[in-house]
Structures are given as C-alpha cells and as structure tokens.
Design a protein around this ligand. Structure first.
Ligand SMILES: [Zn+2]
Length: 258
C-alpha cells in the first residue's frame, strides 16, 4: 500500500513574532523537537517537488516520507530554521511572496506581515537543499482577481524566482489556500506543474496535482499532536487528495486579512 504522505505547512520559526503571524509561528525549541521526532522515527525528508516527482514519475519513495514547507518567505527561515534543518538532515520547500521581499526594488508589492527573506538569503537557501517555489507576487486572494491580474500574479513571481536563483520553478502554494477551479487552471497555464493547498489531510497518489493538501503546524501544536499529524493518525484516507471547500480552512480563519 502506498503510504500516506504528510506535507507539513509552517510559516515562521521564531520566539517573538508579530501578532499577525504569531499563531502560525513555531518556537525554535519546538521546531527542533519536531525535527528530532521525525529523525528518531525514521522519517525521510523530501522537497515538495521531489515528492511529486517520486509519486508521479515513479521515483523511489522512502518508507516514511515527510515534506516540510514554509509559506510567505519570512527571514527566520534562513536565520532560525535553516541551521536546524541542516543539523537534522531535512530539506524543505519555501513558497516565496516575491513582491514582499525587502530588495524587491521596482517589483515591490503588497504588505509583508513580518520581515521577509532577501534575495541573497534565498540563494543561500537554494544552495542548501531548499526548494524555492512561488506563493504569488503580492499575496492576494487569487480567486478574487480578474483572469489578467491572476495570470500576472502567477507569472511574475515565477519569473522573478527563476531569474533570481537560475532554476526552473514548478511548484506553487496558493495564498490562504484559496484555489477554485479557475485559479487551478490558471496556475497550470502559467507553467506550474503542481500546487499546494491547505486542507489538513494527508496527501496520497489519488490527488489533484493543483490542490495537494498540507497539514498546518501552529505555535500551539504540542509534540504529541505533531507526532499524530506527521504519522497521519486520524487524518482519513491517503487516497482522498482533492481539496474540500477551498475557503473552509483554519488558515483562512487565522489570517482573514493579508
Ligand atoms: Zn501566505
């Protein structure tokens, strides 16, 4: 039987976080405990893209795969999380909001909720096993945009990242997880090959490539709860990988405003 595939969604790893991101900001000590748990229980980390390739293209899948993803691109991924990821031997995927970056220059767009990665930090992440992927350009509710604006959001972030790191970008995560059918079609047209949503269920091979579910890790997530989540306990079948109601996510409730 194909295993359930836990894809964990983090936002930031730091002790003191602004109110807007606090609920989704995990303390570095808790993050270290979580990584130790994964390592000690035989989990093998993959990037989001590598997991997709293994499932879709028949690559080798470890017995206990796990994917760690980070949304928005906060600077603490480089400053706090990266040393811990390297120490425990886990890769990760960052979904970057390109218009929020401090050195976005003439491309600056939107209002970041906390300090965001610079391009030099992003390149350093890319050189340390982190997949750099897109999370739109200005972090809008994509399903509220016109087709033209939607296409622009998706293509601008992808193009800037490809120029910035010199690698092809195939992975996307929808801001707030909002992914109606029109958004998913547009993402495919913009050249992405897969996209991550938020639905708090384990992923599996019966999924929609443009609505791959992830599991939220919060500041309030205890190690016990984390262990259950990573083990996909009580998360339902691994084969129901289509996102349910795109708006009914805990993520939306936490951050109703961008
Ligand atoms: Zn986001």
């Amino acid at each position: 039987m194909t295993p359930a595939l836990p894809i964990l969604m983090y936002h930031s790893v730091k002790d003191e976080a602004p109110e807007a991101t606090r609920a989704l900001s995990v303390r570095p000590s808790a993050f270290a405990q979580q990584l130790r748990h994964l390592r000690d229980h035989g989990f093998v980390g993959l990037t989001f893209g590598d997991l997709w390739s293994a499932v879709r293209e028949g690559g080798a899948l470890p017995e206990r795969p796990v994917v760690l993803t980070f949304d928005d691109g906060y600077a603490d991924l480089h400053e706090q999380a990266l040393p811990l990821l390297l120490e425990h031997g886990f890769p990760a995927t960052v979904f970057l909001t390109t218009g929020w970056m401090p050195d976005a220059g003439r491309h600056a767009a939107g209002r970041p909720l906390d300090r965001v990665l610079s391009w030099s930090q992003v390149r350093e992440l890319a050189g340390n096993g982190i997949e750099v992927a897109a999370h739109s350009h200005s972090h809008p509710e994509l399903d509220q945009l016109s087709d033209t604006a939607l296409d622009d959001e998706l293509r601008t972030s992808r193009g800037l990242i490809e120029d910035g790191i010199g690698r092809r970008v195939d992975s996307l995560a929808y801001p707030f997880g909002y992914n109606r059918a029109r958004v998913r079609r547009c993402a495919e047209k913009a050249g992405y090959r897969r996209a991550a949503a938020v639905s708090n269920r384990a992923a599996g091979p019966g999924h929609d490539d443009f609505a791959i579910p992830r599991l939220t890790v919060r500041r309030s997530t205890t190690l016990r709860r984390f262990a259950q989540t990573a083990g996909c306990a009580g998360l339902g079948t691994a084969f129901a990988w289509t996102a349910p109601s795109p708006r009914a996510t805990p993520w939306c409730a936490v951050r109703a405003t961008p």
